[in-house]
Design a protein around this ligand. Structure first.
Ligand code: 4AD
Ligand code: MG
Length: 481
């Protein structure tokens, strides 16, 4: 019976016979195999009795090859490991020719590995990364399950543009040649598969709200698609989003929930992924060595994570943030690419990063943004002294090195206010009759938010490019694998 290396290290008693299977990471002196099976970051040393092993087998023990080994588990004589397996039998499952295998047993750049994303799971960094990503996904489900939330699967194909931003991928089976058209010459989507125009979802929120209006507390966790042409280290065209929605919550409850969830999942990773985080922390330290001193982060990865779990997030309004930015040194000295003049415009990422990394030096929750720069469904605030224009009960959570990690709001639950806003923003009421029905029948205050899963993984792993925290990234010009 095969035993996983993680279990072997944890539980297997010395002097028992074991069978292990995995991939060769190194083979030294025709004798010492470093074997990985993906169950943990550590490799198992398998010692080959080369004098009594068929030379034809020895010849095939190469970096990358899939092998099995049967033998006694013994206390190790050598340095660097507590136990090792003295092999009595080696099985070769899959050869790996080092002459043509793209990976080499040495440090390889993240760019090179991105081009070889089909193989990069086999490196220490990506092994650690994907075990961590799994643990974070599990922790999110555990967090919500423990609190009685219902996991709602919202559709991937939809006819609605939840964010009203129009950055959608069309879904169609209409032919490109001889596309059916109406009398005005427009594409006739009534002849399409669904009898109407459809696209990939940009958010499950509107459907989540329908669920919350009966189940009370729901969350989604699914793939989300945005056809925005953003070639940055923070954007993907396909990413995973977690969207809780809670009946009877207001903006403050919403902030509390988001802060509690983030702290919970980060603590979970610190507790359950210590070995993998060590690998990622060392990788980051190595990467930072190539940066000038003043651009290196002051804290090591796990220290930074603990700092987030141990300190309250800073909460302030958009209006307060604008005042801080207006009076900030970089703004006065013209150091911002976009100078902060007046109230009402959206913050650029340089402004968000200034607030988080320089001014407060911790995660920040910004609230009550100008209505004009936010989605139609956000709850309209009462006019306030010192606030130049109409605002909504929005909240964005900004993280160091990441910028926006969460976006959410209290929802506009008053039918007439919601309809008025939709009219102003040219959103057809008929198409969203089902959404408006929640406000017609038993409406109530409620709130929710969206957490970008890859931005969370980016933060916790200390990686620097979002394309390195999802197995097969989708971005403009790339849909390989
Ligand atoms: O701020 P966004 O667009 O909010 C919504 O979609 C709301 N419907 C959420 C809600 O209230 N239920 O997106 C939410 C989060 C962002 O804060 C960001 O973390 C992530 O989703 N995100 C992206 N992540 C990677 N690539 C992209 N292109 C992203 N766009 C948004
Ligand atoms: Mg947002």
């Amino acid at each position: 019976m095969r035993i996983k290396i993680a279990d072997l290290f944890r539980t297997e008693p010395i002097n028992t016979e074991v069978t292990v299977k995995g991939w060769v990471r190194a083979f030294r002196n025709n004798q010492f195999i470093a074997l990985s099976d993906g169950s943990c970051p550590q490799q198992l040393q398998v010692v080959v009795d080369f004098e009594n092993t068929d030379p034809a087998i020895l010849e095939r023990i190469k970096y990358g090859a899939a092998i099995g080994a049967r033998g006694m588990l013994l206390e190790s004589q050598g340095k660097g490991q507590r136990v090792e397996v003295k092999a009595s039998e080696i099985t070769i499952y899959g050869d790996c020719n080092p002459e043509v295998f793209p990976l080499q047993p040495k440090k390889q750049s993240l760019e090179f590995l991105r081009e070889n994303a089909h193989l990069r799971f086999r490196t220490n960094t990506f092994g650690a990364l994907f075990r961590l990503r799994h643990a974070l996904a599990f922790a999110i489900h555990k967090f919500f399950n423990d609190r009685g939330f219902v996991y709602l699967h919202t559709p991937v194909i939809t006819a609605s543009d939840a964010e009203g931003a129009g950055e959608m991928f069309r879904v169609t089976t209409l032919p490109f040649e001889g596309t059916p058209r109406n009398e005005q010459g427009e594409v006739d989507f009534s002849q399409d598969f669904f009898g109407r125009a459809t696209n990939l979802t940009v958010s499950g929120q509107l459907e989540a709200e329908l669920g919350a209006m009966a189940l009370g507390e729901v969350y989604t966790f699914g793939p989300t698609f945005r056809a925005e042409n953003s070639n940055t280290t923070r954007h993907l065209a396909e990413f995973w989003m977690i969207e809780p929605e809670v009946a009877f919550n207001d903006l403050h409850d919403n902030m509390d929930l988001a802060e509690e969830m983030l702290k919970y999942v980060i603590s979970y990773a610190l507790e359950h992924c210590a070995d993998d985080l060590k690998i990622l922390e060392d990788r980051l330290l190595e990467e930072e060595k190539s940066k000038p001193q003043d651009q290196r982060s002051e804290m090591a990865l796990t220290e930074k994570l603990r700092f987030v779990t141990d300190n309250a997030f800073e909460r302030l309004t958009y209006t307060e943030a604008i005042n801080i930015l207006k009076n900030s040194n970089p703004n006065k000295k013209g150091k911002f690419q976009y100078s902060v003049e007046g109230w009402g415009t959206d913050l650029q990422s340089e402004h968000e990063r200034y607030l988080v990394e320089k001014h407060f030096k911790k995660p920040v929750i910004l609230t009550n943004y100008p209505a004009a720069i936010k989605a139609f469904y956000m709850r309209q605030d009462e006019p306030q002294e010192g606030v130049p224009g109409p605002t909504v009960s929005a909240m964005d959570i900004l993280f160091p090195g990441i910028g926006e990690i969460v976006g959410g709001s209290q929802r506009e639950e008053r039918l007439s206010r919601l309809e008025q806003r939709m009219t102003e923003m040219h959103i057809p009421h008929e198409e969203l009759y089902w959404y408006l029905d929640t406000r017609r029948f038993g409406t109530c205050p409620h709130a929710g938010f969206g957490l970008g899963f890859e931005r969370l993984v980016l933060f916790v792993s200390g990686m620097t490019n979002i394309r390195d925290v999802i197995a097969f990234p989708r971005f403009p010009g790339n849909a390989d694998f």
